[in-house]
Ligand binder design. Structure first.
Ligand code: PLP
Length: 339
């Protein structure tokens, strides 16, 4: 297994189950929807960052670090899971919360992930507005310099795509090894994989993982923050870096393998829309699957839209990768208050 070449720490409850969503599949009259339960990776309510952090902390350990810094939105699942990983491993941790989403209810700032961050007791910094990814990363690197002066050996987990090695994507190379062995064991032929895509670490790991396994399965990535053109570029760049890490030919990934969709993005990152609300409600009502407003609700809305557009046949098997995020639901009380 290619992912075994790299140092990692053990954080997750793995492998995660691959389950069916019989009721939603029936309701939509479309393909068989399967769900890879990466919302159940454990570690302080789980999610896709747990697999990524196993490799980020592995790299940081190799580099001799003892402190970690990261950044994310106020309701970032990544920040919550990073703090949890640091707590479990006994590392010093600081996190920066970016005020990316405007006009939210007060609960957005106090509940869900924001609540859990405080409960686990990390030192938090705030980064003013929105979409300045480079500025947000730079603020953390500056803070890391200060921590060095205090005697720490800090490791920064950046979110940006430029010039950084996406170590965390190795967690999704490993996830594909897991998924393909589950499908082989059960005789399930997978006809497509649907995933939300943000920093693109997950999407890139999936593409590199499938490529390394020689598995020819289309992957549909629903972007939650950028348009299709920008996200396609980002996914390509990161996938090439992961292929390089694995010692594979980076030209194995081409633009037409990326399949980024952006039609559930509006009105913006962390903002609900009708399709997303419907997807969250349907998944909860039909199969007791809890999705979130920022990532999984949007990618499920995308899958539902594709099914209604007749993109799949009834005998096909589509795997929806559940990347977690349900704690953020508590920051969106209007999902039920208005009912
Ligand atoms: C971070 C996150 C994603 C996006 O994953 P990336 O690796 O950043 O692209 C998707 N879903 C949830 C719930 C997340 O927290």
């Amino acid at each position: 297994m290619l992912s075994k070449k790299f140092n990692k720490v053990q954080l997750g409850h793995l492998p995660t189950p691959l389950e069916s969503m019989p009721n939603l599949s029936k309701r939509l009259n479309g393909p068989n929807i399967w769900i890879k339960r990466d919302d159940t990776t454990g570690l302080a309510m789980g999610g896709n960052k747990v697999r990524q952090l196993e490799y980020y902390f592995g790299k940081a350990e190799t580099d001799g670090c003892n402190a970690v810094l990261t950044t994310g939105a106020v309701q970032s699942n990544h920040v919550r899971q990073t703090i949890a990983a640091a707590r479990k491993l006994g590392w010093y941790v600081e996190a920066q919360l970016e005020r990316r989403v405007e006009g939210r209810k007060p609960e957005y700032n106090t509940s869900g992930n924001a609540f859990l961050d405080k409960l686990m007791g990390a030192k938090l910094h705030y980064y003013p507005v929105g979409e300045d990814e480079h500025g947000a990363d730079k603020a953390m690197y500056d803070r890391a310099e200060e921590l060095k002066e205090e005697g720490y050996k800090p490791y920064v987990i950046p979110l940006g795509a430029v010039g950084k090695t996406p170590w965390g994507s190795l967690g999704y190379v490993e996830c594909m090894e897991e998924l393909i062995s589950q499908s082989t064991a059960t005789g399930l032929k997978i006809d497509g994989i649907v995933v939300p895509t943000g920093s693109a670490n997950t999407h890139a790991g999936i593409l590199a993982g499938l490529t390394s396994l020689g598995a020819d399965i289309p992957v549909y990535g629903f972007c939650v923050r950028r348009d299709k053109v920008a996200q396609t570029e980002r996914v390509l760049t990161k996938t090439r870096k992961v292929l390089q890490l694995l010692g594979l030919d980076e030209s194995l990934v081409t633009e037409d393998l990326v399949n980024c969709e952006d039609w559930v993005l509006e009105p913006g990152y962390g903002q609900l829309n009708d399709a997303t609300e419907e997807a969250i409600e349907l998944a909860a009502f039909e199969d007791a699957i809890l999705l979130d407003p920022t990532y999984t609700g949007k990618s499920m809305a995308g899958l539902i839209g594709m099914i209604r557009d007749g993109a799949f046949t009834e005998d096909q098997n589509i795997v929806y990768l559940h990347t977690g995020g349900a704690p953020a639901l508590f920051g969106y009380p209007e999902l039920v208050e208005e009912k």
